[in-house]
Design a protein around this ligand. Structure first.
Ligand code: ATP
Ligand code: MG
Length: 393
């Protein structure tokens, strides 16, 4: 057993000692078999949530209606495991969430409801792999294959279409033919899925090492047509410019869709995706700063070094000439990085120059900021006052 499973073993042992079954399941088993780092260890059990709560003194109900209880192992703050009762999911009338889940005592039933063969392993306490759907062969062949009849599975939950492409991008796997055909056929059902859930998958896809592979699947399956305003031209431009580049973060990846055809509606599109304001600001900043010729004191002051770095990386990735270190040097020679760092506040300025709030004051402050950003005057009270008095003459 890998270290992470070894650490969690006492949790399984306790459940088993109480007379139930317990297994490691899901992505962690897949990742162990692939030799990839695991993030969360998921445990599935024949015990019902109330039974789990009797076994462990410290638990948190995090999704008890779906059968999930968080077990705090107690040895350290951060050691906790999601323990989920074996379950089946029935009748997906809205193509997204099961109408209800039924708890069952049989592992095999639980594995059947999982999305892909490589996600449907269980691993027992001795490290034996239960592989009911030939997932090991698919791991070997690097294939994403639906468990059971693919089109039924995508009809039940269309998010699985996005997940298939996402796993293709993170694992560098190929989507098996009949699974891919079913994705194409079921793609319109993506319109029924909440944008938040799709955004999460798309985000993981775009920031994955093999994102180009996932994006090609998104294009070839025509699934992009059923997502929020993703233009084929933007996606293709992104592929051809950055196909071999690994994005630093989601903001940079999303910007790459739009940099080539700066769209005035970008903010509105990102709002439809229900992105956070901070996310929207970063993406729109990257896209508009990308259009600039070369960095200046003013533009570095406006966008900041972080955005500048993300823009320069994009340009470099597509072989555009950028002056290395320019952004950093300019940033280092800025006297201020924000209005709030001005040596003289608006209030003090009003008192010293005897002016009242209004457009004149606003203009004066802007002019002062401009002078300081361009290093025409130094950010000191005396220098600012001298400049202000000259301006007001
Ligand atoms: P990651 O590495 O991103 O955590 P994961 O495979 O663990 O990948 P999760 O979303 O954490 O994915 O889900 C855990 C497991 O639950 C999956 O491995 C899969 O067996 C099952 N699962 C999750 N979402 C679905 C779904 N929409 N349909 C069917 N099974 C699912
Ligand atoms: Mg997981």
């Amino acid at each position: 057993l890998p270290l992470e499973f070894e650490r969690a073993k006492p949790v399984l042992e306790k459940i088993i000692a109480a007379g139930f079954e317990a297994y490691f399941v899901g992505g962690s088993v897949r990742d162990v078999l692939l030799g990839r780092p695991i993030h969360d260890v998921d445990i599935a059990t024949s015990a019902y949530p109330q039974e789990i709560k009797k076994i462990f003194p410290y638990t948190i109900d995090i999704g008890i209606e779906h059968g999930t209880v968080l077990v705090l192992a107690g040895r350290s703050e951060e050691e906790h495991y999601e323990v989920t009762t074996f379950r089946t999911e029935s009748t997906y009338t809205d193509y997204r969430r099961p109408d209800h889940v039924d708890f069952v005592r049989d592992l095999s039933e639980d594995l059947k409801r999982r999305d892909f063969t490589i996600n449907a392993f269980a691993c027992d306490i001795h490290g034996n792999i239960i592989d009911q759907f030939d997932g090991l062969a698919d791991l070997e062949a690097k294939k994403i294959r639906a468990v059971g009849a693919a089109s039924e599975r995508f009809n039940e939950d269309a998010l699985r279409i996005m997940r298939a492409m996402r796993f293709s991008a993170t694992l560098d796997f190929e989507i098996e033919d009949s699974t891919f055909e079913a994705m194409k056929a079921c793609a319109p059902l993506l319109e029924k899925i909440s944008v938040e859930r799709i955004f999460i998958e798309l985000d993981k896809l775009l920031t994955a090492e093999h994102w180009a592979r996932g994006l090609e699947a998104l294009i070839r399956s025509q699934a992009y047509q059923h997502l929020i305003e993703l233009e084929l031209s933007g996606l293709e431009a992104m592929l051809s410019a950055y196909g071999n580049f690994q994005f630093q973060n989601a903001e940079q990846a999303w910007s790459a869709i739009y940099v080539k055809q700066e769209s005035p509606g970008l903010k509105a599109i990102l709002r439809k995706w229900k992105c956070s304001n901070a996310f929207i600001k970063k993406v729109t900043d990257i896209v508009s700063a990308y259009q600039l010729e070369a960095w200046t004191l003013e533009s570095i002051y406006q966008y900041g070094l972080d955005t500048a770095g993300l823009v320069d990386e994009l340009k470099q990735a597509e072989g555009l000439a950028i002056e290395k270190g320019r952004a950093k040097n300019l940033d280092a020679s800025l006297q201020i990085h924000d209005k709030s760092e001005l040596a003289l506040s608006g209030k003090e300025l009003m008192a010293a120059c005897n002016i009242t709030p209004g457009p004149e004051l606003g203009q004066l402050l802007k002019a002062i900021e401009h002078q300081i950003v361009n290093n025409k005057i130094s950010n000191e009270r005396e220098a600012i006052l001298a400049f202000a008095k000259e301006e007001l003459k």
